[in-house]
Each structure stands twice: as structure tokens, then as C-alpha cells.
Design a protein around this ligand. Structure first.
Ligand code: F6R
Length: 242
């Protein structure tokens, strides 16, 4: 695991954008795994800037997002489809038919999840997977539990995740209770993983992810088993490391 420190959220975002940009330049037909949430917003801003400056061509890039709320349609402003459209896809030259998220509008969880894994496989797998870290150690929406769940699946969001995500809604009651998420195996099959962590409230969990035991209680701890992980974290997130 390569651990890279950044003095601020902005510098973390810039470094992450440079890593992703290098991947796109080195392999213009890359398959990228993308994340939503607050953490990657700055990274997407930099990627949009690099693209406007003419440094990046997304025309052959394919993307797969980690997750989507169940029962939420793509044009709902709370959906992750909407998040990706507004924060990134509408501002770069990516073909919309090459951007994929789990189909939250499909209430048939088994069908929606199986289809998603098949699509990732058919695209040749993920070259670089971007991840944020949940306060409880989740990656995607793989919540702490008694086992690691392999494939894309439907998950009941934990109270801590519902609480953390209510800032995007009008209160806790409005946060969907379920989501479709890539599984741990889906994530671990990515050739490279880039984990971004920002803020004091993630310091304790980041320490457990890197130095603690590998356990489904801290889902991101499984990343210790991956051979090509880069963690970029800001000073606050690294404050427990000494
Ligand atoms: C988002 C995702 C989640 C977030 C995590 C951190 O697609 O899968 O795992 O990365 O909840 O969220 P933020 O960045 O909002 O702290």
C-alpha cells in the first residue's frame, strides 16, 4: 500500500486528479471505477479543469460507479446518476453510453446486481478504482458485518451511513434505506485502487484500515490484501498515524 500525504483537501484532490489523468493518458481506453460523496468532488473539479485545458480525452473511457440508491430514478437530484452527471460527465467529452451506475430504478435487486457485474466483466474489468472511505470503514456501500460480500448486491444502509448522508437530503427520514453496491470482490478485482480520505472524523478509521486486522467489521481493511493500492489522505485524516 502506498500512502501519500497532502497538506489540504485541495492538494489531496489535485494529486488524485493527476493520478487519474495519468491513467487516462497512459491508456485512453481505460475502464475507471468512480465514487460519489463529498471526498471526490475536488478531484472531479480538477479533472474537469484538465479536460478544459485540453489535457484529457475521455472519448474512449468507460466508467462504472460503485453504487446507487435503490428505488431512486436517474433523474432524481438525490441519485448518484445525477451527482455524476452534474459533477463530471456533463463537463467532459465522455460518451454517455459509456458511463454506468447500478440501476437503482430496477426494483428487482438480483437482476440489477447480476447485470452490473456482467457489464463490468464484459468491459474487461476495472483498470483504476477510485474509493472514498465511510466513517464506519465502508467502501462502496459494503457496510461493517459478519462477512465480506463478494459481488454487486443490495445492502441495507447502516444507521451511521444514513446519518452521514442526511446532509444531502432534507433530514434522515428522506435518506433511502437500501442501495445497490459493488461487492468487495468486484472492488478487489480492479487492477489499481486509489483511496481518498479527508478530515479528522476519518482519522481513527483510516488508522484501522491501514494497521488494524483485516476484518469485515472494517470493510476497507481488505485493501491490505490488494497489491496495488494508493491512499492519498490529507493531514487531518492522517493525524492518528504517529
Ligand atoms: C460513494 C461511496 C461511499 C463514500 C463514503 C464516503 O459512492 O461509495 O463509500 O465514498 O461514504 O463518503 P464521503 O466522501 O461523503 O465522506
Amino acid at each position: 500500500m502506498v500512502l501519500c500525504s497532502a497538506d489540504s483537501y485541495d492538494l489531496m484532490s489535485r494529486k488524485a486528479a493527476i493520478v487519474i489523468a495519468a491513467q487516462i493518458i497512459a491508456k485512453p481506453e481505460s475502464v475507471l471505477g468512480l465514487a460519489t460523496g463529498s471526498t471526490p468532488v475536488g478531484t472531479y473539479r480538477y479533472l474537469v479543469d484538465f479536460s478544459r485545458e485540453g489535457d484529457l480525452d475521455w472519448s474512449q473511457i468507460t466508467t462504472f460507479n460503485l453504487d446507487e440508491y435503490r428505488g431512486v430514478s436517474p433523474d432524481d437530484p438525490h441519485s448518484y446518476h445525477w451527482f455524476m452527471k452534474t459533477k463530471l460527465f456533463d463537463q467532459i467529452n465522455i460518451g454517455k453510453s459509456r458511463t454506468f451506475l447500478p440501476d437503482g430504478a430496477d426494483e428487482n435487486a438480483g437482476r440489477a446486481c447480476e447485470k452490473y457485474d456482467t457489464m463490468i466483466r464484459d468491459a474487461g474489468g476495472i483498470d483504476l478504482q477510485l474509493l472514498g472511505l465511510g466513517r464506519n470503514g465502508h467502501i462502496g456501500f459494503n457496510e461493517p458485518g459478519s462477512c465480506f460480500i463478494k459481488n454487486t448486491h443490495c445492502v441495507n444502509l447502516s444507521p451511521s451511513t444514513i446519518d452521514a448522508n442526511q446532509r444531502f437530503f432534507n433530514g434522515c427520514q428522506e435518506v433511502p434505506r437500501q442501495a445497490y453496491t459493488m461487492g468487495i470482490n468486484t472492488i478487489m478485482k480492479a487492477k489499481r485502487i486509489l483511496l481518498l480520505v479527508s478530515g479528522m472524523e476519518k482519522a481513527d478509521i483510516l488508522h484501522k484500515v491501514i494497521y488494524g486486522p483485516i476484518t469485515p467489521d472494517v470493510p476497507a481493511s481488505i485493501l491490505q490484501m490488494h497489491g496495488n493500492v494508493m491512499v492519498i489522505a490529507d493531514k487531518e485524516a492522517l493525524s492518528e498515524m504517529q
